[in-house]
Design a protein around this ligand. Sequence first.
Ligand SMILES: CC(=O)SCCNC(=O)CCNC(=O)[C@H](O)C(C)(C)COP(=O)(O)OP(=O)(O)OC[C@H]1O[C@@H](n2cnc3c(N)ncnc32)[C@H](O)[C@@H]1OP(=O)(O)O
Ligand SMILES: O=C([O-])CC(=O)C(=O)O
Length: 373
Amino acid sequence: MEIKKGLEDVYVKETEITYIDGELGRLYYRGYSIYDLAEFSNFEEVSYLILYGKLPNREELNWFQEKLREERYLPDFIIKFLREVRKDAQPMDILRTAVSLLGIEDSKNDERTDIRGIKLISKFPTIVANYARLRKGLDIIEPDPKLSHSENFLYMLYGDRPNEIKSKAMDVTLILHIDHEMNASTFASLVVASTLSDLYSSIVAGISALKGPLHGGANYEALKMFKEIGSPEKVNDYILNRLSNKQRIMGFGHRVYKTYDPRARILKQYAKLLAEKEGGEIYTLYQIAEKVEEIGIKYLGPKGIYPNVDFFSSIVFYSLGFEPDFFPAVFASARVVGWVAHIMEYIKDNKIIRPKAYYKGEIGKKYIPIDSR
Ligand SMILES: CC(=O)SCCNC(=O)CCNC(=O)[C@H](O)C(C)(C)COP(=O)(O)OP(=O)(O)OC[C@H]1O[C@@H](n2cnc3c(N)ncnc32)[C@H](O)[C@@H]1OP(=O)(O)O
Ligand SMILES: O=C([O-])CC(=O)C(=O)O
């Protein structure tokens, strides 16, 4: 009996959404190179592309942007929840619960999946930014319908308009996180969707899986690691010590990429740019990250283990003003697009996901009453 541990190399569906070339380190959304999309496009356009399979024309983009802008607001009961919930919670737990609450509210609607998806894509940043402010004892900031998706995200965090570099860095970073084929959180959301459960429940499953440190939680772990190292001179000993204790370098390694993740290449440029502008602690953390990258590749590169998306995104998110434990929730705010797109694609030709487990225990045991055991 061959068991594919971790479902490695098992295909669960055909897709026209994302293609990864793990040997050459290339990534395409609907056939377009991630490098082109990061350079020339924007979050709204790429989200439309992922959801609807084509780049929008002017009219389609206007419709989509308008819908996103309308849906940025949160119902009062979510605001009440954000205000009243404990302020030392994990932001991913907050996001997961807020989506659950939205699902209860929306359970009587029978809107199309894409329309419900747009609501979630639009509301995720408001939930994240509102909780980030409330946690610091600041009041929440209403969304600004004049701003783009990424600008508004940062505006709701800071209280004023982000500069051009920060807006572009945020937009590119969100684009890079939108989708990644059959990663664990997308698969988790498909397992739920395949039972014909509702979209909100499927997205809750996606958030739950993304939270883990081996997946979207690795950006938080990477930043903690850079802080723990403290200075670039300490990197070599720290990494050697970590590897000899069989501990992983967070933000390194990937199931599909056996070379440098192309998203990490793009994010490194933005991390450098922002860290140089910001200076201070962030610049030191960037220098530490660069050194970890060098030493990590020296020891792990020969095994095909390189920086992944979570490595430099940690520096970008930190430079953009997010507290480290918020990084996975910012990641989720982009990945929700991919989850919705994969759910729509899968459901068109649905089959309940139900693999098998190979039984290794005994059978035919005699039941013994409790007092005789
Ligand atoms: C958005 C994302 O989800 S990107 C991934 C984010 N996760 C991380 O950065 C966490 C660190 N990385 C990892 O844990 C892994 O590389 C994963 C989970 C991403 C991929 O896991 P898998 O494909 O199942 O590989 P697996 O865990 O079997 O590792 C294979 C070998 O590489 C080693 N390895 C893998 N990643 C690392 C790492 N980051 N540091 C050190 N060694 C590593 C393992 O110890 C193992 O070595 P062995 O064969 O000597 O036992
Ligand atoms: O593809 C994966 O397994 C993990 C990943 O990089 C992502 O989800 O972005």
